[in-house]
Design a protein around this ligand. Structure first.
Ligand SMILES: Cc1cc2nc3c(=O)[nH]c(=O)nc-3n(C[C@H](O)[C@H](O)[C@H](O)COP(=O)(O)OP(=O)(O)OC[C@H]3O[C@@H](n4cnc5c(N)ncnc54)[C@H](O)[C@@H]3O)c2cc1C
Length: 451
């Protein structure tokens, strides 16, 4: 069914990678668009992340995860940590997350994310090339590095899974990794190089993209906190800002990251998510102490990105609610988690620290689609829930959102990402292809190409 929506004035709440990408594509299509964000494109999850554009990678919920990590979930030194507390929304989310770890959900998520990955890579390439984004963008892939031979076995299984979807994954011995990346210390059991993926500086990407959206005519209202979403029987009519200003609108895009849950509630829309807090630490590093491309240290879950003349160490997932409290012990885990892999980590100076909130759905798939019809909010589009993949999937999400709003016909079927739980579940039952049968990869031009 083609749904055409009046698009006189489109308001986007959220100036992270998802909201800014949506503003860019809408403005490029000649729409009247206003983006509002309480910050200045500098402190959200989209600015401080690890900068990996990991294509086709599995989602957070996966078979066996709960049983493997249950004992460690409440240990503050485990990369995935849940401070024990009474929070019914968290417990409901965890129950659903447990269901999300089923084989069926995993297979379905893998299938759609693998397909979307090809489009995401193309979308990023096109943006960077056509809009000349100056954002340290490189097509050099990412490397997962293992010290433990048992973990390496699991890593190789995951690599085999991605290959079934057409992604290239080169296996490296410890010696080969060391020759390629002398910054690593001896003792590496092996590595996998996902050569189709890309990397970039997320802060620069966001700022550059915001500038281009503005050049195309989008109004970017930073420092504008939305205190209320105005509506008539849940049909969106405008936003009320904390500074007293009201802005009338015809269509709303909710791209408020983890805050989308609260914002959507004002319109009677349920978008249940939990905040997955992560940290980064930027450190100084001599060129010889930096890997040439972004790496993930598998056992400690620390990403290492050679960025802005130093190194960014990023990682950990902490389900501690919506807050930006930095726990020193968790921050220290980054340096601790990197020191056995890389040279001179202990001597490096810390230049900045940061934490950000990943918007995490329980089934591991983002929410990209119109609000469910039953809510009456038929002029509200939701784009959130990208968890660990928001930087990589932000631009393609913005493109698909803009297509949905302007033509009613997105170039990729958004049913698996529906905000309507029934449609989402129905899409799951339709994923019948066995693993290894991506609809895009085999004849896709960039399949298997190392750039
Ligand atoms: C440590 C860490 C490492 C990561 N590494 C990677 C990675 O390597 N690759 C990857 O793909 N992803 C990564 N991610 C995930 C990625 O950063 C997120 O998925 C993504 O940034 C989410 O983008 P967003 O636009 O949805 O939300 P956000 O970036 O959080 O933006 C939401 C915006 O909405 C605004 N907002 C909310 N409510 C209101 C309101 N009421 N009024 C006005 N403004 C409002 C906020 O101010 C905010 O700017 C990482 C995340 C973390 C924490």
């Amino acid at each position: 069914m083609v749904l055409l929506v009046s698009t006189n004035h489109i308001i986007i709440i959220g100036g992270g990678i998802v909201g800014v990408s949506t503003a860019f594509y809408l403005a490029q299509a000649g729409q009247h668009v206003t983006l509002v964000d309480r910050e200045q494109f500098n402190v959200n999850a989209s600015t401080g992340n690890a900068g990996i554009i990991a294509l086709g990678h599995p989602p957070m919920p996966r078979p066996g995860l709960i049983s493997q990590t249950m004992k460690l979930l409440f240990d503050p030194l485990n990369p995935l940590y849940i401070p024990p507390r009474i929070d019914p929304a968290l417990w409901k989310w965890m129950w659903d997350f447990r269901k999300g770890c089923s084989q069926q959900q995993f297979r379905h998520s893998m299938h759609v994310l693998a397909e979307l990955g090809w489009l995401a890579g193309e979308c990023f390439d096109q943006l960077v090339d056509e809009e000349h984004l100056d954002c340290e963008y490189r097509r050099t892939g990412w490397i997962e590095v293992f010290r433990d031979p048992e973990r390496l076995k699991q890593g190789l299984e995951e690599a085999a899974l991605l290959r079934e979807y057409g992604y290239n994954a080169d296996e490296l011995t410890g010696e080969q990794l060391h020759q390629r990346e002398p910054a690593f210390l001896p003792g590496v059991a092996g590595a996998v190089h996902y050569t189709d993926s890309r990397l970039a500086n997320p802060q620069r990407t966001l700022q550059e993209l915001a500038d281009r959206a503005e050049n195309h005519g989008a109004a970017m209202l930073t420092g504008s906190d939305v205190s209320e979403i105005l509506h008539t029987n849940h049909r969106f009519t405008g936003v009320q800002l904390k500074n007293g200003r009201r802005i009338a609108g015809d269509t709303l895009v909710l791209a408020g990251g983890i805050w989308t849950t609260q914002l959507a509630k004002q319109l009677g829309i349920a978008v249940p998510m939990q905040a997955g807090k992560g940290y980064h630490m930027n450190i100084t590093a001599e060129p010889a102490d930096r890997p040439s491309t972004v790496c993930v240290l598998a056992e400690t879950f620390v990403a290492v990105n050679p960025m802005a003349g130093g190194l960014r160490l990023a990682g950990t997932v902490e389900l501690s609610g919506i807050n930006h409290r930095m726990v020193q012990k968790r921050l220290d885990m980054l340096r601790f988690g990197a020191r056995t892999y890389l040279r001179n980590i202990d001597h490096a100076e810390t230049t900045s620290t940061w934490c950000g909130l990943r918007p995490c759905t329980a089934d591991g798939l983002p929410v990209i689609g119109w609000a469910p019809k039953s809510t009456g909010a038929d002029n509200v589009f939701i784009a959130t829930g990208h968890a660990m993949m928001g930087f990589a999937l932000g631009p393609i999400t913005g493109k698909l959102a803009a297509e949905s709003i302007t033509t009613g016909q997105p170039s990729y079927d958004l049913a698996p990402f529906s905000a309507d739980p029934t449609r989402r579940a129905h899409a799951r039952t339709r994923t019948t292809s066995p693993l290894g049968h991506s609809r895009l990869a085999p004849e896709h031009p960039s399949a298997g190409v190392c750039t």
